[in-house]
Design a protein around this ligand. Structure first.
Ligand code: NAD
Length: 447
């Protein structure tokens, strides 16, 4: 069903019209201009889909894309230039160069939790690297998906960039096509389906997945600031953020004190929004029921909900342990269990025993303790004394490992992801060193 659009893009890619640097820069500018023209429409769509307010929408979905586009426009020429590298003495007379080549027709599948940002950020990389793209935004945010379709249609011909809206069936049909690259953001479960489908065509993939991301709070941490930053990152977007703190793992000696500060900042930042029923909604009834089911045990704060509005109050569960229902899977909602540890080494084993998290945060004033944790737990990326901010810089690669994903993007890493590095050895014809030809023993003596 989608073969015709795929082939249109393939033919267009083969004209190499997307390759020239000025064309790529023009495409990025067109994208930015089209987003600017549709800003109000994006705000309304986010309100309609899950009551996201304008300031959060700008901060976490639109502004961040403008910066990403600007960064690519500024640096793209350097990134795309062929790079000369060293050549070993065994290749005397030759030169080595890495040429940068776009993959071709790319597929970008995005989720509902940051429905605009997570469709646009990979698209910036795809365009900056000279590819064409088909976007498949989430069916769970139909208003944002419709707006994305209109933005893309206003800025690009179908043969260059297009949007295909639809659900699982649409995705399955798209995944049957021999794309040159697939960039998927979503759950680990669907990530496996995407990778299996891609393997049929040996299509390379980036998988940006999820997982249970802990915040470890040590006894010497600045507890007020730790609580403030954990609360901000956790309850933004009603906890529906892939890199939100999933659970807090705190030294038992400061745990109660930390909970006191967590309660304080949760009340300060979110009570008014929840009381006025202006808080972000949970995306649908299924997820509302799932997240609501985690509210049990020793509730330190929150616990209320508005079922008809699909709103769950930011909720803190203290004295939780690994048998708590919220610890069985990624929470992806505004419920924060707080667990305690006596022995850091044992706590690190607990975390290592679970699938590799997408993010991990450490709160401590002791740099060597932070480094010890960073070097002894496998995870995607993270921060010391903060949460989430590591993904808002184009200088750090963002991505998971194991169950939290593979590959990386943002800034230059997005360009690299969507680029094939073609290695070429330019050999001389001025002379010919005989060493490599039969009778390798002469060569062996040299090494
Ligand atoms: P999801 O995997 O359910 O859906 C993502 C996309 O996959 C949608 O476009 C959907 O149509 C498609 N899809 C769903 N089921 C499918 C199937 N059976 N076959 C083919 N396609 C299918 O993910 P979601 O619920 O929208 O997003 C939540 C998850 O995404 C969380 O686990 C979260 O941690 C993760 N996430 C990760 C990142 C990251 O950057 N690493 C960012 C946001 C979300």
């Amino acid at each position: 069903m989608y073969e015709s659009v795929f082939h249109k893009q393939k033919q267009f890619f083969q004209t190499k019209d997307t390759f020239a640097i000025p064309t790529r820069i023009k495409a990025l500018k067109q994208l930015k201009d089209a987003i600017k023209l549709h800003e109000n429409e994006i705000f309304s769509a986010m309100r309609a889909d899950y009551n996201k307010n304008e300031s959060d929408a700008f901060l976490t979905e639109i502004g961040i894309i403008y910066s990403e586009i600007n960064f690519h426009i500024e640096n793209l020429k350097d990134w795309a230039a062929p790079v000369d590298v060293k050549t070993p003495v065994t290749h005397f007379g030759a030169k080595s160069t890495i040429y940068k080549e776009p993959f071709g027709v790319t597929l970008i599948i995005s989720p509902w939790n940051y429905p605009f940002n997570l469709a646009m950020a990979p698209l910036v990389g795809a365009l900056s690297a000279g590819n064409t793209a088909i976007l498949k935004p989430s069916e769970h945010t139909p208003n944002v998906s419709g707006t994305i379709s209109r933005i893309i249609a206003s800025a690009f011909p179908e043969k260059y960039v297009t949007t295909i809206e639809g659900g699982i069936e649409t995705n399955q049909q798209l995944l049957d096509l021999p794309f040159d690259y697939i960039f998927y953001t979503g759950s680990s479960q669907v990530g496996k389906i995407v990778m299996e489908a891609a393997s049929k065509h040996l299509t390379p993939v980036t998988l940006e997945l999820g997982g249970k991301s802990p915040s470890i709070v040590m006894k010497d941490a600045n507890l007020k600031l730790a609580a403030k930053r954990i609360v901000w990152g956790k309850f933004m977007n009603a906890g529906q953020t892939c890199v939100a703190t999933d659970y807090v793992y705190a030294d038992n000696r400061i745990k109660d004190q930390l909970v006191k500060h967590l309660k304080h900042y949760t009340h300060k930042f979110y009570n008014k929004e929840f009381e006025s029923e202006d808080y972000m909604q949970i995306i649908n009834d299924r997820h509302f029921k799932r997240v609501h089911g985690y509210i049990e045990g020793d509730i330190a704060y929150g616990g209320r909900s508005h079922k008809s509005k699909r709103m769950i109050e930011p909720t803190i569960i203290q004295n939780a342990d690994f048998s708590h229902p919220a610890m069985k899977e990624e929470i992806f909602g505004p419920v924060l269990p707080v667990l305690g540890f006596d022995d850091l080494e044992k706590a690190m084993i607990d975390i290592r025993d679970m699938p590799d998290p997408l993010a991990l945060y450490v709160f401590t004033e002791d740099r060597s303790a932070a480094r010890h944790i960073i070097e002894n737990i496998p995870f995607g990326g993270g921060a010391v004394n903060d949460t989430m901010f590591h993904l808002a810089t184009p200088h750090l690669p963002f991505g998971g490992r194991g169950h939290s994903g593979m590959g990386k993007y943002h800034g230059r890493y997005s360009f690299d992801t969507f680029t094939h590095e073609k290695s070429i050895l330019h050999q001389t014809t001025l002379f010919d060193i005989p060493l490599r030809y039969p009778n390798y023993r002469k060569f062996q003596k040299l090494l």
